[in-house]
Design a protein. Sequence first.
Length: 187
Amino acid sequence: MENRVFVITGAAGSGKTTIRNYLHDKYGMPRVITHTTRPPRENEKNGVDYYFETKDSFSHNHYLESVLYAGNYYGSSYEGLENAWQKKSCACIVLDGAGAVTYKRKLGEKAVIIFLKVGDTEILKKRMEIRGDDTTMVAKRVKSEEYARDLEMPTQLKGKAFEILNTDLKRTKAQVDKIVAKYPHEG
Ligand SMILES: Nc1nc2c(ncn2[C@@H]2O[C@H](COP(=O)(O)OP(=O)(O)O)[C@@H](O)[C@H]2O)c(=O)[nH]1
Ligand SMILES: Nc1ncnc2c1ncn2[C@@H]1O[C@H](COP(=O)(O)OP(=O)(O)O)[C@@H](O)[C@H]1O
């Protein structure tokens, strides 16, 4: 079976982590854990949600791609992806729009991109608040260039990515199931 990585992208609060966890729980897809210099949220654990790094330790890893997002660095390593592929042919990862573009460019057909859209920015803000994000962090996030950019699918991905409007989670999951069914994967 050919190796694939399902890349979930979209704005903050659009449901990327929820869908990545769905792919993991329903299809047993290993999650590629990425690295960040962002401080952990209250419920986040090192090695589970992210590898939390200092600026110095972040700079020592070998990345397939890395970005600056709302003032913090994020990066995904080749090693993380290879480790996931050693377990299963289909893995999943959460990336910002720029990361998704790089994955498509570097991995071609191996990268299946799903862009999650939520039209209403008030809904996104509310979801971040309900998730329990620090209000100062939410304010900083929604003011960032990267947040505004990721409200729409990157132009470089038009025609090369799936777009799902994530308002009703049940419907979103059903649409994800249809996409996964297009690709051979272990049970
Ligand atoms: N390009 C890239 N983006 C990443 C990586 N890890 C996380 N991200 C993205 O960075 C952005 C900020 O993530 P985070 O601080 O967890 O906020 P959240 O989107 O509100 O959960 C999101 O768009 C993530 O998808 C990575 O390794 N590379
Ligand atoms: N379709 C949906 N309807 C309502 N709430 C949702 C939906 N999808 C996700 N959520 C909730 O919104 C919050 C943000 O989702 P999350 O997956 O953390 O987003 P992201 O990783 O894109 O920032 C979480 O509390 C999640 O449970």
